[in-house]
Design a protein around this ligand. Structure first.
Ligand SMILES: *Cc1c(COP(=O)(O)O)cnc(C)c1O
Length: 376
């Protein structure tokens, strides 16, 4: 009998090691990992530069706490805000924690507690982040939720215009809803968000926990829109497998988070920072991001050329989805795994494709061949 809570449902293959895009299970069977541990292992498994960073820093200092200055935090913060309109960074340990920080910052800065979020969004499992999440299945049984989130239909300009008023502290959303079905923000909706925030003095929080750090082919996904968020939150890809979260904010927010207002014991520890620095040195290099854009264009072209037109291809960069209409995708995901391709769903009807950003065209071709054999 297992000594674990059953909150994760039935587990799948037992993966014991990995190299790049390829992982191996306990029986020695190899798989192409097109989940990247849910958009996390962006440089691929066991990337030599990350292994080296962990080895070198772990021999020096793992943890000292935020009682002390941690030079790595300054280095990573500078790399994250360079050539952006952001000025400051805060580090924590997960996506939910980054969103908690954002919600707290927005409340304290504006003195208001009304935050607009959207249906099918996902912001995490802690009380604030869960309350912000627009999916009933995430809330069920855990009420009462935190006040006061108004959850509106995604990409719906009319409902947004009808709801924004002087009570609203912030609007929070993903540029591509990752868990909720790989739904991208439309240009019309982005324009309407920009207008609403400017006219009503509302803070814009973009949850880039899944889309950030190169996943969509640019450093941050908001860069492909007209939006200039006041706050972005980060996690998944920032540590390429090492647990880390982060929040970036504009200069005007600085005074709100003064000494003692917010914090975490583990956040931004030297080991995490050495990994994040290595990740950013790789991913933020222009050639690397151009290559992600190239791979994405190739992947999308191959998907469209090889799958029946009843399937839709969604998303940007290497956060792609195959929309399967009303068909449930669980059995496709199982079949792919049997054939050596690891996939993850996005809601019940969309297959999510999240290879490492270092995936090769040959690996994309192998994945396409497996997908083609399943999605006839
Ligand atoms: C995964 C995810 C989160 C939650 O991150 P955790 O590290 O699991 O807390 C929040 N927002 C988005 C968009 C995510 O994809």
């Amino acid at each position: 009998m297992s000594a674990l809570f059953g909150n994760y449902g039935k587990r799948r293959a037992q993966i014991v090691k990995g190299q790049g895009t390829v992982v191996e299970d306990a029986k020695g069977k190899k798989y192409l990992d097109f989940t990247s541990g849910i958009a996390v292992v962006s440089l691929g498994h066991a990337h030599p530069a990350i292994v080296k960073a962990v080895q070198q820093q772990s021999e020096k200092l793992w943890h000292i706490s935020n009682l002390f200055e941690i030079p790595g935090q300054e280095t990573v913060a500078q790399k994250l805000v360079a050539d952006t309109h952001f000025t400051y960074a805060f580090f924590c340990n997960s996506g939910a924690e980054a969103n908690e920080a954002a919600i707290k910052l927005a409340r304290k800065h504006t003195g208001k507690n009304h935050i607009i979020t959207f249906e099918k969004s996902f912001h995490g499992r802690t009380f604030g982040a869960m309350s912000a999440t627009g999916q009933g299945k995430v809330h069920n049984g855990f009420g009462p939720l935190v006040d006061k989130f108004t959850i509106l239909p995604f990409n719906n300009v009319e409902s947004l215009e009808a709801t924004v008023d002087d009570t609203v502290a912030a609007i929070m959303l993903e540029m591509i809803q990752g868990e909720g079905g790989v739904n991208s923000v439309t240009p019309e909706f982005a324009a309407s968000l920009a207008k609403a925030c400017a006219e009503k003095g509302i803070l814009l929080i973009v949850d880039e926990v899944q889309t950030g750090i190169g996943r969509t082919g640019t450093r941050f996904a908001y860069e492909q829109t007209v939006l200039k968020p006041h706050i972005v939150t980060l996690a998944k890809g920032l540590g390429s497998g090492f647990p880390i979260g982060g929040m970036l904010g504009t200069a005007e927010l600085y005074d709100t988070f003064g000494p003692g207002t917010h914090g975490t014991t583990f956040g931004g520890n030297p080991l995490a920072m050495s990994v994040a620095e290595t990740v950013l040195d790789h991913v933020f290099a222009p050639d690397f991001l151009h290559n992600v854009q190239d791979l994405s264009a190739y992947f999308i072209k191959q998907l469209k050329a090889n799958l029946p037109t009843t399937y839709t291809v969604q998303g940007q960069g290497l956060l792609l989805g195959i929309g399967c209409g009303d068909t449930e995708v669980a059995s496709y995901i199982k079949e792919a795994e049997e054939k050596g391709l690891l996939l993850v769903g996005a809601g019940p009807n969309v297959i999510r494709l999240l290879p490492p950003l270092t995936v090769s065209k040959a690996e994309i071709e192998e994945a396409i061949a497996i997908l083609k054999s399943i999605l006839r």
